[in-house]
Ligand binder design. Structure first.
Ligand SMILES: [Zn+2]
Length: 577
């Protein structure tokens, strides 16, 4: 009896094992039901191997299958959330390769000066804004653009002083390379007729040598020294505001240039609370290089939601402020060919910092706009490769706005990524040619020439310098139609991109620029489920109408973070809905 019982036991164990590992059971184990299935979509995957599809399945925060409606049906279970896209276009989430996220969030709540059309209107809005400033606080932001005034003229403290006798006012030009201080602020900063221009900066003066209140580039540091720093609450509020704005526009990843360390702490706090609804790559300024070197981290250190390991450097200023650094003078200012930034005085200081950053494996992203500014940075990058050898280091040049013809080849040879903002092209294109002439303008935001040379593009906005809306960026890259309506066929139309190329730069291109191309940038099995549904099929729209399309649903890591038709998602007053 004992033997029979033993035999029975062995048989039942064997039966259990066979059942457990039967092919049927195995299949059930390897293919659990998806958490989210999105079907009936027109999917543009940005994946060269499978450019288009109808449906996608998501498990947890990753994509597990992309295919036809029928193929994906197998992933549907009783608890799967199924979205019928009704034929709408589904794209990978947009990745903005260059933003100033806290400034952007602050600007949404600050005085708006950008579309003022005259000095009077500019002054009136500042007077209005000053009324809402609490005692002791400053009025900042603004993003003014004097080229939109008629007549266009440089603003001075005289036009804002009468309405702001007690309020410190320091409003920025939209490009961030110039600011206007009122007399209160000049006094606080101790700027007088006797204050010298700092290296890399200009105190704009009247005929008698008195400061007008306008300060260019490094001269703004006089103000930043006395500007009260943001409180934790102010930062938190600005970042939450910026995150909501980004979600409503389909921006699922941002690369934050020039963050304060306190900003990164706020991101981490939001991440812990499950409230960080955009993936962040933060690049603090290069004078702080040793902080990251000391910790021993390398590029793209961190998780899928929050990473550091890059440094942002400045070669020069901006075209609009007359501080971009050129080989030849500005056409309208024969004695000015721009300014190298204070970080470049002397250039060996920059070289030394870049060498330390590269030796530590950190990524370098350098703002360079004028042709000589870009050229000097390419020299420095060349020196780094010579000294430290070849490596997949993904140097970046931010803006890469005005290229010397001779530099496209070595830009490509050094595998430098051009991190560009198409909206700037249709904005600056209004007046760039009269400042730098036809020849230099032909190599301005030279998207096509870069691609022809095999240079990788990463697209973004430089928000709050330009609006965060990625559809404006696609529109700009595809049409190059300047904002003044004067170039409907495109400003230097030979530099236009196709829509597919522009989308790729805004998704895969930006992901590559932050070492995340294996996790993001396309709708591909295994990648993070960051996707957006668009109101219209951009591929069928007339290019001029792309800017009117809207993102209707934003999905981050498989979770819906924005739905234009669901009132549970608060309307963002600053987004088109
Ligand atoms: Zn910037």
């Amino acid at each position: 009896m004992k033997t029979i019982r033993r035999l029975l036991l062995v048989f039942s164990l064997l039966f259990a094992l066979v059942t457990l590992f039967s092919p049927h059971r195995l299949r059930a184990q390897t293919q659990p039901a998806a958490d989210l299935v999105l079907r009936n979509a027109k999917i543009w995957t940005v994946d060269k191997n499978h450019p288009s599809a109808q449906a996608v399945a998501v498990l947890g925060e990753r994509i597990v299958a992309v295919g036809s409606n029928d193929e994906i049906k197998a992933w549907q279970g009783p608890n799967t959330h199924v979205i019928d896209a009704a034929g709408k276009l589904l794209l990978p989430g947009f990745n903005d390769s260059h933003v100033h996220f806290v400034d952007g969030g602050r600007a949404l709540d600050s005085v708006q000066l950008n579309d003022a059309t005259s000095a009077q209107e500019f002054a009136r809005r500042i007077a209005e804004g000053a009324k809402n400033v609490q005692k002791g606080d400053w009025l900042t932001g603004g993003d003014w653009d004097e080229t939109k005034w008629s007549p266009a003229q440089m603003p001075t403290k005289e036009i804002i002083d009468p309405a702001t006798p007690d309020t410190p006012v320091f409003v920025s030009r939209y490009d961030g390379h110039m600011g206007l201080a009122n007399s209160v602020v000049l006094r606080l900063a101790g700027i007088t007729v006797n204050t010298p221009d700092p290296p890399g900066g200009v105190i704009v003066r009247d005929a008698q040598g008195n400061p007008t209140g306008a300060l260019k580039d490094a001269a703004m540091d006089y103000i930043f020294k006395v500007l009260p720093s943001l409180s934790h609450e102010q930062r938190l509020k600005a970042i939450k505001r910026a995150l909501a704005h980004a979600a409503s526009l389909g921006v699922t990843s941002v690369q934050h240039m020039n963050p304060d360390y306190e900003d990164i702490a706020v991101y981490d706090e939001l991440l812990q609370h499950g409230e960080l609804t955009a993936r962040i790559y933060a690049a603090p300024l290069i004078p702080q290089v040793d902080d990251q070197v000391k910790i021993g981290i390398r590029h793209a250190f961190g998780g899928p939601s929050l990473r550091i390991g890059a440094l942002k450097a400045y070669a020069d200023g901006s075209l609009g402020s007359g501080t971009a650094y050129f080989f030849d003078p500005f056409n309208n200012q024969p004695n000015n060919r721009g300014l190298l930034s204070d970080e470049m005085h002397p250039v060996s200081l920059m070289q030394d910092r870049m060498m330390r950053a590269d030796a530590a494996g950190l990524q370098i992203c350098t703002h360079a706009i004028g042709d000589q500014g870009i050229s000097i940075i390419l020299d420095l990058y060349t020196e780094i490769v010579k000294t430290h050898g070849d490596r997949d280091r993904r140097f970046r040049i931010e803006h890469a706005q005005h290229m010397a013809a001779k530099d496209f080849d070595r830009f490509a040879q050094l595998h430098v990524i051009a991190s560009m903002q198409p909206y700037h092209a249709i904005d600056d294109g209004r007046w760039a040619e009269e400042r730098i002439g036809h020849d230099r303008a032909s190599r301005t935001y030279a998207f096509r020439t870069f691609l022809n040379h095999g240079v990788r593009l990463a697209f973004g906005t430089d928000w709050n310098v330009a609006p965060l809306n990625p559809l404006f960026g696609l529109y700009a890259a595809v049409t190059r139609a300047t904002l003044d309506g004067k170039n409907p066929g495109g400003w230097f139309p030979e530099q236009k991109l196709t829509l597919a190329e522009a989308i790729e730069a805004y998704t895969m291109g930006s992901a590559y620029a932050e070492f995340q191309e294996n996790d993001k940038g396309s709708i591909t099995r295994g990648k993070l489920a960051d996707m957006v549904l668009v109101s219209d099929d951009l591929f069928k729209l007339e290019p001029a109408k792309i800017r009117d399309a809207k993102v209707v649903t934003t999905i981050l890591g498989g979770k819906i973070i924005w739905d234009a038709n669901d009132k549970n998602y608060p309307a963002d007053p600053d987004s088109p809905r």
